[in-house]
Design a protein around this ligand. Structure first.
Ligand code: BGC
Length: 768
């Protein structure tokens, strides 16, 4: 959210006559509809435009300050929603202005970016995606909703469900990574988590799927840049998580800042109106992204504010977040016939209905309850959940000669890197109301975990911020008598996120130089990565024996990292996004096409690079454990079947190592020959399984025509006869496979379900 200075018309600021309340209790659906219609009938055009206007609130030491006309505009003509106000005291005060001092007493909606926690901060969404655990994502979203709603917040701008295949784009950190299947499962989980039991439960948070659509495909990874996607890529890759969120009942959708096919998303009628609302049946609110309505002028498709509003409103963008143009333009546009009154009413109705659903007409203060706020924020339970989520989100990228886990009783541990002691960075991008002083740094976590006899020495050495090399010698010297060196390296939290694109993906600042010196010491070296995007760390991957990807893990980061470092917890996360060897490989993702000349080292005219391997540094789905897992070949219930049949894929996984551990079992499918080219493999199922040493477990995955189908030349969903390969293993690079044949052609009618089914049933755990 940024500060913006806009000019609201002074004419709107005249004090209005206050009318008696119409907020009679409405119980039956008819009563409820009537309540809204009666209210609509009494509203002036200015009041209607006000309900479609969202103002931002800046937090000042003296209290919240409403921008762009301030509280006067809430009084008259009224404002529908405020972004950035939270806390019982502040929200009560602002709500009072709306319901006591505006003519029709319509309550405000308070909105906020509750992205990965409110006061208790959970791992950033990309990290949490590495847990491959929809149940966990639902629980953290629920916990965030309980906290935020207790603090007066009604509506969050999450989940962010943008597919991101370019790690230069800073907003990679906010989503679930590169894959639509995993992203859809997590989108559904988060929507359900924010929703909870639903109204009238007072911990229901309205959710928003954003940024519709293709925002993550910004050219060059440069934020806000143009996206250019084929219709197929849009339909197969970028839209599915939105559709899954809609099917899960998401309350709102936010268009992206990007354009697609020459049409900025805030004016994209074909996608917002035809696809989202008409085809998918979405009845909720479309809320602009910040000044997205005004930006239509910068895009060059509107010459005037009136034209911008006409385009955005025509595309059914209901709420104008902070640009102020709806308030300024809509009343006159209706008066002079440029906009039908019923279109305005339809948008206002959607906003009023949301307020009604949350029970705000009955009690506008029901989300602002001091006792609930006090009892709900940062409790031992939410901390425990933050620790669990953080533990499951870490990915062990490399662990040569079982350097990890470390002994707690080592004589001396040297911790290096400014990030080790950076509590603010543990919170990641969009930290909500999270506070660094309530968060555990990696250094604190390590100190708290070791035996009293262990000496933990900390030398910052170098920072991601600047090229100052002066601290490196000290780090090197301190390593001399250390048993092990733990280097915490990567990005500061504000180096990924909105408007945080990077053209390089190496370690910023002087960290490379620090690492080189540490490698030289010859000491056992562990790197803990803190970052919000894949980094290109080929040299590190060659030289450092143990690398733990810890992203930004939230309030309990340090404790969780220590749990994994010292073996109290066995790491189990898997990458939700490919790690490239270099920026030059981007875009690189596992579900690519085969091409007519798939890469072969020995053949010159094949698809590869002169100066680099074509494979990624770490593939999608990769992640190690302190134990090891082995897979039997997949067993299929049939090798020939019709498109109407369900195929059962059975696989046995063994824990072949020395420790208890959790494995994320992944199933990928390939349609070997089809009338349009298909990806070399696409994720169609996954599950977590916990196994004791020597234990095995047989899992069943079910596949059917929804999995076999694809969009043909005419964009109709069809299953075509032919062979398929199914791969099951611990990463997208697995070669554990079996084949089957589908014998007939079939149309898959309708839109099908975008919600990934729960494909798995766990059967038959055996000791071996
Ligand atoms: C971001 C959105 C966010 C909004 C409100 C925008 O700049 O793109 O994701 O929800 O601000 O804070």
């Amino acid at each position: 959210m940024r500060v913006l200075t806009l000019h609201f018309m002074v004419a709107l600021l005249m004090t209005a006559a206050v009318e008696p309340c119409v907020n009679a209790h409405a119980d039956s659906p008819t009563d409820k509809a009537q309540q809204i219609e009666q209210l609509l009938a009494r509203m002036t055009l200015e009041e209607k435009a006000g309900q479609l206007t969202q103002l931002s609130v800046q937090r000042h030491p003296t209290g919240p300050v409403v921008e762009n006309g301030g509280e006067d505009v809430i009084r008259n003509p009224g404002v529908g929603s405020l972004i950035g106000a939270y806390g019982v005291q502040d929200t009560r005060r602002l709500q009072r202005v709306a319901v006591e001092e505006s003519r029709l007493h319509i309550p405000l909606l308070f909105t906020f970016d509750v992205i990965h926690g409110f006061r208790t901060i959970f791992p950033v969404p990309l990290a949490e995606a590495a847990a491959w655990d929809p149940d966990l994502a639902q629980r953290t979203a629920r916990a965030a909703a309980i906290e935020a709603s207790a603090s007066g917040v009604h509506w969050t701008y999450a989940p962010m469900v943008d597919i991101a295949r370019d790690p230069r784009w800073g907003r990679v950190v906010e989503g679930a990574g590169e894959d639509p299947f995993l992203a859809s499962a997590l989108a559904v989980a988060r929507v359900r988590g924010f929703h909870g039991e639903g109204p009238p439960d007072v911990s229901t948070l309205l959710s928003t799927a954003k940024h519709f659509v293709g925002y993550g495909a910004a050219e060059g990874g440069r934020d806000y840049n143009t996206s250019d996607l084929s219709e197929r890529t849009l339909l197969e890759t970028y839209l599915p998580p939105f559709r899954a969120a809609v099917q899960a009942g998401v309350d709102a959708v936010m268009p992206g800042f990007n354009e697609l096919d020459g049409v900025p998303m805030h004016a994209n009628g074909p996608l917002l109106k035809d696809k989202l609302r008409e085809q998918w049946g979405f009845h909720g609110i479309v809320v602009s992204d910040f000044t997205g309505v005004r930006e239509l002028m910068q895009h060059g498709i509107a010459a005037t504010p009136t034209e911008a509003v006409k385009l955005a409103f025509g595309a059914t963008v209901d709420i104008d977040m902070v640009s102020g143009l709806y308030a300024q333009e809509l009343p006159a546009m209706v008066r002079n016939g440029q906009l039908p009154q019923r279109a305005l009413d339809a948008a206002v109705r959607r906003v009023l209905e949301a307020k009604q659903r949350l029970g705000l007409f009955d009690d506008p203060y029901r989300y602002s309850d001091a006792a609930r706020e006090k009892a709900s924020l940062l409790t031992p339970r939410t901390r425990a959940l933050a620790r669990e989520a953080a533990e499951k989100s870490m990915v062990l990228l490399k662990n040569e000669e079982a350097l990890l886990p470390l002994h707690k009783g080592l004589h001396k541990i040297l911790v290096v890197g400014a990030l080790a002691d950076d509590r603010l960075s543990t919170l990641g991008s969009w930290p909500g109301d999270g506070r660094p002083e309530e968060s555990i740094s990696v250094l604190q976590g390590i100190k708290g975990a070791v035996s009293p006899a262990t000496q933990v020495v900390y030398v910052p050495g170098a920072s991601p911020e600047d090229a100052d090399l002066s601290g490196i010698d000290q780090a090197q010297q301190a390593a001399a008598d250390a048993d092990v060196v733990i280097a915490v390296l990567g990005e500061r939290a504000d180096m990924s996120g909105e408007a945080r694109s990077r053209s390089s993906l190496g370690l910023p600042g002087a960290q490379d130089a620090l690492l080189a010196q540490l490698v030289e010491t010859g000491k056992p070296l562990v790197v803990i990565l803190m970052n919000g995007r894949p980094l290109a760390i080929s040299v590190m991957a060659e030289q450092v024996p143990a690398i733990l990807e810890s992203w930004f893990l939230g309030s309990e980061m340090g404790n969780a990292v220590a749990d994994v470092l010292f073996g109290d917890v066995n790491p189990s996360g898997k990458l939700p996004i490919t790690f490239p060897r270099s920026v030059g490989q981007i875009p690189i993702y596992y579900a690519h096409k085969n091409t007519g000349r798939p890469p072969k080292q020995a053949e010159r005219y094949t698809s590869k690079y002169l100066d680099s391997a074509w494979t990624p540094l770490y593939p999608f789905g990769h992640g190690l454990s302190y134990t090891s897992f082995a897979y039997d070949p997949p067993r299929l219930s049939a090798t020939r079947l019709t498109a109407e049949d369900t195929l059962k894929v059975e696989v046995t996984v063994h824990n072949t190592g020395p420790r208890e551990g959790e494995e994320i079992v992944q199933l990928y499918l390939r349609d070997n020959v089809a009338s349009v080219t298909r990806p070399v493999r696409a994720l169609r199922g996954f599950t977590r399984v916990k196994l004791m040493p020597g234990e095995a477990c047989t899992l069943n995955f079910l596949l059917d025509k929804n999995d076999f189908a694809f969009l043909d030349h005419y964009f109709l969903r069809r299953v075509e006869p032919g062979t398929f390969s199914v791969f099951v293993g611990g990463s997208s690079a697995t070669d554990n496979q079996a084949s089957f044949e589908v014998t007939n052609l079939a149309r898959v009618e309708g839109l099908g379900s975008a919600i990934p089914r729960t494909l798995r049933t766990i059967a038959n755990k055996t000791d071996e």
